[in-house]
Ligand binder design. Sequence first.
Ligand code: NI
Length: 214
Amino acid sequence: MNRIGFYIIAGTLLAAIFVAARFVLAPTKNAPEISTPQLGVLSPTTAPTIGGPFRLVDQDGQEVTDETYRGKYMLVYFGYTFCPDVCPTSLSAMADTLDILGKLADDIVPIFISVDHQRDTPEHLKEYVKYFYPTLQGLSGSAENITAAAKAYRVYYTKVIEEGADPDDYLMDHTSIIYLMGRDGSFKTHFGHGASPQDMARKIKEVIDGEASD
Ligand code: NI
């Protein structure tokens, strides 16, 4: 067999193998797409949810739950008042977003949930939130209730005491995400740390406009 003949035969064989492989693999390749919804894995009904019930105390010492804010959109952010920069940055961005939204902001309750129940008393939160936005709610509560709220929103937080520091001067490591929840309390969208007020306002307007035209 000359070299060209070998290449022709080898090429034909390779093509045949590819065709056979496609034919054999096709059913298994498609299988997950077909069976996944049937199994309920990652289907919309079983997709992990964000948000849910919480029972906390507002900056006026009133007990509140997620149902307190039904009928309005909620912009939810978890943090703590002693946070050196992450929380102030996020809360300022939240305030700027509401300013950009103008009249639409009347339909949105901005909520700051403290993950530092030891230091963030309602009195302390009341002083803090008013620096950022007039309607900003400052929620706190028992360690147990804060943990439950954070868990519902899949927010991570942990106390950090730097080496050699006064244990009372601890920091809280925490997730920095702003959540937009719907009028019924359901998750709409979220914004990562550093999202610009312009982008957030645009996206929030999209959600509100989209629902208004439904
Ligand atoms: Ni913070």
